[in-house]
Design a protein around this ligand. Structure first.
Ligand SMILES: C[S@@+](CC[C@H](N)C(=O)[O-])C[C@H]1O[C@@H](n2cnc3c(N)ncnc32)[C@H](O)[C@@H]1O
Length: 249
């Protein structure tokens, strides 16, 4: 059945052994709740009806962002816990100094980055949507949450030591000029810091999220996660010839 994004969130929201984990939905329905998330205020909220939601869950922020900007979000639901954990495993032994997430949404994957934050000198997340930034700052107060656009990644990450980039950017639905700007920014960051890597997931089994930005880069498929809505493929972009400790499959 083809359900709308918000309907899909709530239809599958209850946490259980065999349910897809929406992370933030299970937070909402957790018996003890998540006071920090529930107390998050939405900046710029004006419509009186919406003020009822001054204490939104992360799930509400996600659904609202989908309604406001479906192409910018490009997903019907946050990443599952299985997808987040699989992406986390790809960071094992990566030898990177900085960890940056672009397009973290409400933070389903950020959870794993937060758990591993002590393995890196710096961990930050760059999100364009103001509501999501608000939720992320409530959920992950230990992390540096930047309200900004991935096209300006170079302003936020100037490292010459290897950078691990985790991206949830919806390249296949973003406007072309934004997608191109993001790809350029990702490639520039990787070129500035040799040994860097990019992890990105796509839905289904198809092709990489975008064509290799230059012949010096190469994509590899490093994971398939069936327990996600929809099932997802994890892709990794490296400089050609980079010998990696992980994922050389
Ligand atoms: C697929 S959603 C992220 C889902 C996230 N992995 C989760 O599970 O909650 C894509 C996110 O990318 C953000 N985004 C889109 N374009 C962006 C850009 N140019 N810079 C930064 N964030 C962007 C959207 O606001 C949205 O939060």
């Amino acid at each position: 059945m083809n359900v709308g994004p918000a309907a899909a969130l709530f239809k599958h929201g209850a946490a259980g052994a065999n349910t897809v984990d929406f992370g933030t939905m299970s937070d909402r329905f957790h018996p003890r709740g998540h006071p920090r998330i529930r107390s998050a205020a939405i900046p710029g909220l004006r419509a009186p009806a919406l003020r009822l939601f001054q204490a939104p869950s992360a799930a509400f922020a996600f659904a609202a962002a989908v309604v406001r900007n479906p192409r910018g979000v490009g997903a019907v639901a946050p990443a599952s816990r299985w997808l987040a954990d699989a992406i986390g495993r790809e960071l094992d032994g990566c030898g990177c100094d900085t960890l940056v997430e672009v397009g973290p949404g409400t933070g389903a994957i950020t959870r794993v980055l937060n758990e591993r934050r002590r393995e890196f000198s710096r961990v930050l997340a760059v999100e364009r949507d103001e509501w999501m930034v608000s939720v992320l700052r409530e959920r992950y107060s230990e992390l540096e949450i930047v309200h900004g656009c991935a096209t300006e990644l170079a302003r936020h990450v100037r490292s010459t030591a290897p950078v691990a980039i985790v991206s949830s950017l919806p390249f296949k639905s973003l406007p072309e000029e934004v997608a191109e700007g993001c790809i350029r920014a990702l490639a520039d960051t990787m070129d500035t810091a040799p040994g860097s890597m990019l992890l990105q997931y796509t839905y289904g089994l198809g092709s990489p999220p975008f064509a290799s930005p230059a012949p010096r880069f190469v994509w590899r498929r490093v994971g398939l996660v069936a327990r996600n809505l929809p099932p997802a493929t994890i892709w990794r972009l490296d400089h050609v010839g980079t010998r990696t400790l992980t994922g050389a499959r």
